[in-house]
Design a protein around this ligand. Structure first.
Ligand code: 9WN
Length: 409
C-alpha cells in the first residue's frame, strides 16, 4: 500500500458524514447524486457494507415519481448556494428538484461484483429503486428519444459549451438578489459566470413555481436539451441494471426495451457537420456544434465509431493530462474554467472503462497513466488543467480519491 492509497482512504473517511459522503468540505457540503455513486465504488475497495450504505442513502431520497435528486440537504449548511429554501421541494430531508446522470446502477454493479455473496441482500433491496429511476428516465426524459435535461446542472457538466445555445434562451434578467457561495471557496475565475448563475437560478425558480411538475418543466420550462453524456450513461446503466436484475432472477425484458429504444434514438444526437455526437436544443432543434467529453461517453455505452475516434485523438493529442472536457481547438476552450476544458479524473475513469471494453486497452492505459501523473503531482483535487496538470476547484475530493483506489493506481 502506498502513501496515496492511505491518503485516498483518509479522504473518503474525512468526507464521510455517516451513511453519505460530501464531495468536499466547504465548496459542496451536501450529498450529491453521482458523486455518491463513485464514493460507493471507492468504499467497496476497503469497506463493502459502507459502499452499500452510500447507495442506500442516495436512493432513500428518491421521489415518488422515481426521480432521484441531484442534491440531498441532510444538514443545512449556509456555505452552499442555492440551498433548500431556494429549491422549495418540500421533501424530507430537503432535496433539490432536478437529477444527475444515472451512473448508480453501473457503480452498484461494480460494487456487487467485488463481493457478490456479501452484497446480494443489499442489491435485492436497492434494485426496485434503481428500476423505478430508470423507468422515470424512460417515461419522463426520453420522450424525445435521447435523454433530455432541464437544467445544465443535471448533466453534471454544468457550464460546458454544450449548453450555451440553450442557456442563451433563458432570460436571467429578472432573478431576485442572491449571494453566491462557491466563489468564496475557490478562485472565481475557475467557476461559472454571474450570467450563468442568473440563468441557473431562473430555471430553479421556474421549477419551484410549478411545484416541480415534471410535465410542465419538460413542456414549458426555460431549458430543454438532449445531453449525449447523460444519454450514454443511461444507456450503459440500463445494461448494468439488466445484468443485476438477471442475477437476482428478475425478468429484465422491459429494461432491454428501454435500452433498445434509447440506442435507436442515437442518430438524433449525431451531428454530421461536427463528425461527433452533439448536444441539441429541443426547443429549436439546433445542434450545439461543439465537441465535449459527453460525446466520448459513447465508448462507455458501446456506441463509438471511427469518425468519433478521429475527434477523440484530435482533442486528446492537443493536451497532456487526460481527456479535456471541451475541445481545445474551439474558441470557447478555457483550460481552468470548470467544464469548459479541464480534465476530470472521475470522467477519465468512465471513459477508460469504455475504451477497455471496446478493445482499446492501450488507450485506457494511456488515460490511466496521465490521470495517475496528475494525482501523483498534486493529490486528489476536483479537476486539473489538461495542459500543465495545475490542480483546480476543491481539494481532498471524494470521487477523485475513489477512482484512485479503484482505477488510477
Ligand atoms: C452543481 C459536486 C458537483 C458535481 C457536478 C459538478 C458540480 C455543482 C456546482 O459539483 O456541480 O450541481 O455547484 O457546481 O459540476 O458534476 O456533481 O461535486
Amino acid at each position: 500500500m502506498t502513501d496515496l492509497d492511505d491518503k485516498a482512504r483518509a479522504i473518503l473517511r474525512l468526507n464521510d458524514k455517516g451513511g453519505y459522503t460530501l464531495p468536499t468540505h466547504g465548496l459542496y457540503p451536501y450529498q450529491w447524486n453521482w458523486d455518491s455513486a463513485f464514493a460507493a465504488w471507492g468504499f467497496a475497495t476497503f469497506d463493502n457494507p459502507r459502499a452499500w450504505d452510500e447507495l442506500d442513502t442516495l436512493m432513500a431520497s428518491q421521489w415518488p415519481s422515481g426521480m432521484v435528486p441531484h442534491i440531498i440537504f441532510h444538514k443545512v449548511d449556509p456555505g452552499y448556494f442555492p440551498g433548500p429554501d431556494v429549491w422549495g421541494t418540500g421533501q424530507t430531508p430537503p432535496t433539490s428538484g432536478i437529477t444527475q446522470p444515472p451512473v448508480a446502477a453501473t457503480m452498484a454493479r461494480l460494487v456487487w461484483e467485488m463481493d457478490p455473496d456479501a452484497g446480494r441482500d443489499r442489491l435485492a433491496a436497492l434494485y426496485p429503486k434503481l428500476l423505478a429511476w430508470h423507468r422515470w428516465w424512460h417515461e419522463v426524459r426520453c420522450t424525445h428519444g435521447p435523454a433530455a435535461i432541464v437544467h445544465p446542472w443535471e448533466s453534471g457538466r454544468d457550464n460546458c459549451p454544450d449548453w450555451d445555445i440553450g442557456m442563451a434562451g433563458v432570460d436571467g434578467s429578472s432573478v431576485g438578489p442572491y449571494t453566491r457561495r462557491d466563489t468564496g471557496h475557490v478562485d472565481p475565475d475557475m467557476r461559472p459566470t454571474k450570467e450563468d448563475y442568473d440563468r441557473y437560478i431562473t430555471i430553479v425558480e421556474f421549477g419551484r413555481n410549478c411545484g416541480w411538475d415534471d410535465k410542465t418543466i419538460v413542456d414549458e420550462g426555460p431549458f430543454l436539451m438532449s445531453d449525449p453524456g447523460t444519454t450514454f450513461v443511461l444507456l450503459r446503466a440500463h445494461r448494468d441494471l439488466a445484468v443485476l436484475g438477471q442475477a437476482l432472477g428478475h425478468d429484465v425484458s422491459q429494461i432491454e426495451e428501454w435500452a433498445a429504444a434509447l440506442r435507436s434514438a442515437l442518430p438524433q444526437i449525431w451531428n454530421p457537420a461536427l463528425g461527433a455526437y452533439d448536444a441539441r436544443n429541443l426547443r429549436t432543434g439546433a445542434f450545439a456544434n461543439v465537441l465535449g467529453s459527453g460525446a466520448f461517453l459513447a465508448y462507455l455505452a458501446g456506441a463509438g465509431n471511427t469518425e468519433l475516434d478521429t475527434q477523440l485523438m484530435r482533442v486528446w493529442d492537443a493536451v497532456s493530462y487526460g481527456i479535456p472536457s471541451a475541445d481545445p481547438e474551439a474558441p470557447s476552450f478555457h483550460s481552468r474554467k470548470y467544464w469548459r476544458g479541464p480534465s476530470w479524473p472521475f470522467l477519465n475513469a468512465l471513459l477508460a472503462i469504455g475504451f477497455t471494453e471496446n478493445g482499446r486497452a492501450d488507450l485506457a492505459e494511456r488515460l490511466r497513466a496521465e490521470t495517475e501523473m496528475m494525482l501523483q503531482k498534486h493529490g486528489f483535487w476536483e479537476y486539473f488543467d489538461p495542459l500543465d496538470a495545475a490542480p483546480c476547484g476543491g481539494a481532498d475530493f471524494t470521487w477523485t480519491a475513489a477512482i484512485w483506489l479503484t482505477w488510477a493506481r
